[in-house]
Design a protein around this ligand. Sequence first.
Ligand code: HEM
Length: 382
Amino acid sequence: RLRGFAEMAAEGPLQYVTLFTGVPVWLVTGYAEARQLLAHPDVVRSSLDGPHRDQVWDDLVNSMERHMLSANPPDHTRMRKLVSAAFTRRRIERLEPRIREIAGELLDEMAAADGPIDLVGAYSYPLPITVISELLGIPAIRRDDFRRWSSVVVNAAVHTPEEYIEAALAMVEFIREMIEDRRVAAPSDDLLSALIAARDGGDRLTTDELTSMVYLLLAAGHETTVSLISNGVHALLTHPDQLALLKAEPERLPAAVEELIRYDGPLQAAIPYVARAPIEIAGRTILPGAVIVFALVAANRDDAKFGAGGELDIRRTDNQHLGFGHGIHHCLGAPLARLEGRVALGMLFDRFPGLRLTEPDGDPRRTPGLLMNGIAELSVRL
Ligand code: HEM
């Protein structure tokens, strides 16, 4: 967890430790080391091809993992180019009025409630999932199903393998159906149709790449943004001076969103990478085959880079945090996440200026697992 990684950072920026599965890994908590290694050509994803448990597992890997986040160049370069062509800045900017409308409707529903409200369930969660579902063109009646499956799949560590497989198979089947429907339907303006149509010369995404990419966009497009909103609201409510500054100078909102991602970002760590050649760094040698875990939350609080890294300060300039990663896998959805963060936080505090935590001194319950850094429930009063 954040505190765990932050405490480990005191032992040095780069350590060889045993973390989760009993396999020793290189844990990177220093900002400079993380930035250098994330952009290093010999720091790569490990191959997905290998002995799997059985046919079902093989199928799941092919339908869920053949996306750009798991790929290395040249496959990564090809996929990123194809997906970027569909995921354009214009398409994102066009979404702002609709994001405002969705946020407004959720705020109206909250205003009607009596007593404390769980902000995660009422606002942080439904906002991004509605946005990404509409962007991809998922029918409203299937969104609850999708939400249930993805919460099992993304938090696999707290579910049994049987639960995981059941949810993953249902999700893959649903995504395949959506793609098939779209292939035969009249051309439409949604992102899924654009992904199906995306071409680079004669090149297109394969069916497995397309299914995996839709899964990645859906998973990445909501779990993380949920935490951007919940963690951000929690950080501001527990730092009244910063909230007051933001209210007095609302033009600071974009900088505040960056600072909130730096200070308590949605991801504890990037997906593990591996070294494919010896790498000399910080007086140590990382050997080929070694697993590298980037503790983004710790690197983002490194005093050597940010001065008082543990302090929330929305006036920071030059805030080059690693919350969206760095290097070739730098988050493709960052412009959408930033837009949703600005709309969600701005509209919430405008609408409910007296918003406060029900238990101002309590620590909110955090989501389980080592990868995500989210809040499971945040009780507030309007
Ligand atoms: C990659 C963070 C929202 C799509 C990444 C990575 C990080 C990240 C750290 C790199 C991971 C690594 O190197 O292992 C975040 C955060 C978000 C967010 C903090 C919200 C605040 C989104 C959204 C989308 C998205 C809304 C799309 C709808 C992607 C994709 C990649 C990615 C496609 C893979 C890029 C590649 O491999 O080239 N994200 N993300 N993310 N993210 Fe995000």
